[in-house]
Design a protein around this ligand. Structure first.
Ligand SMILES: Nc1ncnc2c1ncn2[C@@H]1O[C@H](COP(=O)(O)OP(=O)(O)OP(=O)(O)O)[C@@H](O)[C@H]1O
Length: 449
């Protein structure tokens, strides 16, 4: 089978326009365009997500099918996917997101604690649903936590999600059960459709072809947005590596391919830099659900201060910011960390007296600081689970979480490209991982073999 040609236009898809009126485009991500749509049968407003990347589509459909019924995960109504077309997911339409809540709170100089707790509990409930199903989201950030008019927050954008097995995951578990590959059939999947299930062998064959094609596509790319608030898959290109003076450390694309072929390996190039766990920054390929818990800690800290916790401008700057707060990463802080693939490559100067997370959370209560500390810690095994945090005393002390109906839901969505503190930076044209980041004491040691 030839790699699928991309339609790039949902408007030409007869099977979709027979059922939905396509309204305006409401968003675009690394590999997707999202439109507001209206279901003709009952006027239901939906989001139509056209995904231009096969792997992201497989992952998103697979994870969402497993998580359907979880109150804090976006609803997948149905999806369309023909062999030669992009997948189009029909999702419930959610007008705003947590990034907008934070942005509005900043303008109003604060977020009431009772509201903040309610947002946090909903996030924890969504993450708990994922982790109970051994699904690691891998791109948790405020912009991927969507919010409906009713104040219900839902985890979205599962394009980087993976299903982990026990004890080492079997990558073949990431197969969508209802993928329709018969071009004669006019629709691919509506959650419970049985016909057209793709065999595992066929799935991996198709995936291999696509990865080969994607590598070729990536080699052609010459644009890069070095935005720490943008998903890694959007920022990792071959041009990143070419410009990176430590390029032997950051061979992300190579890792993605290697990792997919060997069960038990995962790519370290996932997520969004500001929310990326240290094990990913050090190149780990056998991490677990805990990477989401680190991201969660960064999101909670941002809710508490209304500023990103570690707004790194490059991967090394990201690590430097973490180390400058938590102290150096060593065997004492996380036994086994020296085995991380990139651990020996860059050594940071000794941080003599790290200020700790308290310094990043001024004027916050001890229980609030403690909540963040339970998540933002080096040793992944020490990070509290979402389930544990739902029982945290913080949520049972005054002021209690407000009911969902009392949450202030913003009317619109923040236009990230305009409001991002890195907006100007993004368009300054710098791709280099070593340019433009703040003062950082690093020493480059010799390359790995
Ligand atoms: N269910 C939805 N309802 C309303 N808008 C949505 C919905 N899903 C996505 N969007 C909008 O579309 C944008 C892009 O969607 P999404 O983040 O899922 O795409 P992506 O390509 O996977 O993104 P990323 O680059 O973050 O990986 C979102 O930021 C949001 O503005």
């Amino acid at each position: 089978m030839d790699p699928p040609s991309k339609s790039w236009s949902i408007h030409t898809r007869s099977e979709i326009i027979a059922k939905y009126q396509i309204l305006e485009r409401v968003g675009a991500g690394a590999y997707a365009d999202v439109y507001r749509g209206r279901r003709l049968s009952d006027d239901l407003i939906v989001a139509l997500k056209e995904i231009h990347d096969y792997q992201s589509a497989f992952r998103e459909i697979d994870a969402l099918q497993i998580l359907q019924g979880s109150p804090n995960v976006v609803v997948l109504h149905e999806y369309f996917w023909r062999e030669d077309e992009d997948a189009v997911l029909v999702l419930e339409f959610l007008r705003t997101d947590l990034a907008t809540v934070i942005d509005e709170a900043k303008k109003k100089k604060g977020l009431p604690v009772g509201e903040m707790k309610q947002w946090m509990m909903q996030i924890l409930s969504g993450v708990d649903a994922c982790h109970r199903n051994m699904i690691v989201h891998r791109d948790l950030k405020p912009g991927n936590l969507l919010i409906g008019d009713d104040g219900i927050l839902k985890l979205a954008d599962f394009g980087q999600a993976r299903i982990l097995g026990e004890p080492g995951y079997d990558s073949s578990e990431g197969i969508p059960q209802n993928y329709e590959h018969d071009a004669s059939s006019n629709q691919a999947g509506s959650g419970n459709q049985e016909q057209g299930t793709l065999l595992r062998e066929e799935y991996f064959r198709v995936l291999d072809e696509l990865k080969t094609k994607r590598s070729a596509d990536d080699a052609d790319k010459d644009t890069n947005i070095p935005d720490g608030n943008t998903s890694c898959l959007a920022t990792c290109t071959t041009s990143d590596m070419d410009d990176d003076p430590l390029k032997s450390n950051f061979s992300y694309e190579a890792r993605e391919d290697e990792g997919e072929e060997e069960p038990g390996c995962l790519t370290s190039c996932v997520g969004t830099r500001w929310f990326r766990a240290p094990e990913l920054l050090y190149g780990s390929t056998n991490y677990g659900l805990e990477i989401d818990l680190w991201s969660l800690g960064c999101i909670f800290a941002e809710l508490l201060t209304l500023e990103p916790l570690f707004p790194g401008t490059a991967d090394i700057d990201q690590l430097s910011r973490i180390i400058n707060v938590l102290g150096n990463l060593d065997e004492k802080a996380w036994p086994g960390c020296s085995k991380l693939p990139d651990y020996g490559i860059i050594s940071f100067n000794k941080v003599e007296d790290p200020p700790g997370l308290e310094a990043c959370l001024p004027n916050r209560s001890p229980n609030e600081v403690s909540l963040v500390k339970k998540l933002v810690c080096y040793d992944p095994a020490k990070r509290a689970t979402a389930m544990e945090l739902l029982q945290d005393k913080y949520f049972n002390e005054e002021p209690l979480p407000v009911p969902v109906s009392e949450l202030h839901v913003p009317l619109n969505r923040k236009r990230e490209d305009e409001n991002s503190p890195w907006h100007d930076y993004n368009y300054a044209g710098s791709d280099s991982d070593m340019e433009d980041f703040g003062p950082v004491n690093i020493t480059k040691t010799e390359n790995r073999d």
